[in-house]
Design a protein around this ligand. Structure first.
Ligand code: 2P0
Length: 325
């Protein structure tokens, strides 16, 4: 048994959003979602299992993490230990590769990298789709980071078939410009925010119905390599998700004034004939889906309002892979 492995996983941005669980124990979503894996933002995680360890230890960016954070990792590693029928404890070392000042650290790349490393270190030999069902138990969005390009998280019917499906490698002039509006810790975590939305927003059933249609339509747009349609569906789906949050009690909004500044800039660019579309997640940052070949032009327009270190251009990223020394 190798007992040690290091894996890189990239983060992903949902174009059709996951916002709400139908099962909180197994992280089963209310709707299927679809994302683009990003090249620039990723996590490298090394896991070593060792019979001499008496407890799990977790280091992030070189710093030993608290008992609370380590517990989350232990609970996640328990899934792999159960599968392997071992009680071995582990040391986990993660490095987040996120451009400084971006505030974009992501549980998607974190749990996908940890899943990949645990799988290899324990010699489990789980195939990528099965592995995505494990990643899902750490964080829903991590399901999709197992693969590169456009990836669907099929909501499935149970824990075994709620998994990631690679859709397209996105190698047709696709890019993203990230506007890092700020890096403050969010007041309401996505986990709490989505739960509140499911339980209290009268718009929620309509969101689920709309998302069902959007996923079918976006896959058709990807198959046809129809960038404008892809962007239109992406932007509309994100707005619908934020709409359903506004209907929650108490209402939920992650937007900040600078988010609107970025959105208006994108709208102005579209009027000038540059196809580009916004999407936002559980935070104020704005992600602009665009043609990779036009990303510099879009960045230049945004740089009239935002400092250069707040604007990140990225191309589509690949799925998880082992890093060898
Ligand atoms: C997504 N987000 O599809 C959506 C859109 C944020 C907005 O997945 O509770 O950290 O760990 O499953 O995956 C963020 O939620 O939540 C998220 P958990 P997660 O990317």
């Amino acid at each position: 048994m190798p007992n040690k492995a290091c894996v890189r996983a990239h983060t992903n941005i949902a174009l059709i959003k996951y916002w709400g669980k139908r099962d909180e124990t197994y992280f089963l979503p209310m709707n299927s979602s679809l994302s683009l894996t990003l090249d620039k933002l990723y996590t490298d995680t090394m896991v070593v299992f060792d019979g001499t360890f008496t407890e799990d230890a977790f280091y992030l960016n070189g710093e030993k993490q608290s008992e609370k954070e380590t517990k989350k990792i232990s609970k996640f590693l328990d899934l792999f230990r159960e599968e392997k029928k071992t009680g071995l404890r582990a040391r986990v070392e993660s490095i987040n590769h996120v451009p400084t000042a971006a505030g974009l650290a992501s549980s998607a790349s974190a749990f996908a990298a940890l899943a990949g490393a645990a799988n290899l270190a324990l010699g489990l030999d789980l195939d990528p789709q099965r592995l995505s069902t494990f990643a899902r138990r750490g964080s829903g969005s991590a399901t999709r980071s197992i693969f590169g390009g456009f990836v669907e998280w099929d909501m499935g019917t149970c824990s075994d078939d709620s998994l990631a499906v690679p859709v397209d490698d996105a190698g047709w002039d696709i890019g993203m410009v990230i506007v890092a509006v700020n890096q403050k810790a969010k007041e309401v975590s996505s986990r709490i925010g989505m739960k509140r939305t499911v339980e209290t927003s009268p718009f929620y059933p309509a969101w689920v119905e709309a998302a069902k249609k959007d996923i079918v339509d976006i896959k058709a747009a990807i198959a046809a390599k129809d960038f404008v349609r892809l962007g239109e569906i992406t932007e509309a789906n994100g707005m619908k998700m934020h709409g359903t949050m506004l209907g929650a009690e108490p209402p939920l909004s992650y937007w900040e004034p600078d988010s609107i500044v970025a959105i208006k800039t994108v709208q102005a660019l579209r009027k000038q004939g540059i196809p580009c579309y916004v999407t936002m997640d559980a935070g104020p940052n704005v992600k602009v889906l665009c043609r990779l070949s036009q990303a510099e032009t879009i960045k230049a327009a945004l740089s009239e309002h935002f400092a250069a270190d707040k604007l990140i251009i990225t191309e589509p990223g690949q799925g998880i892979r082992e890093l060898t020394e």
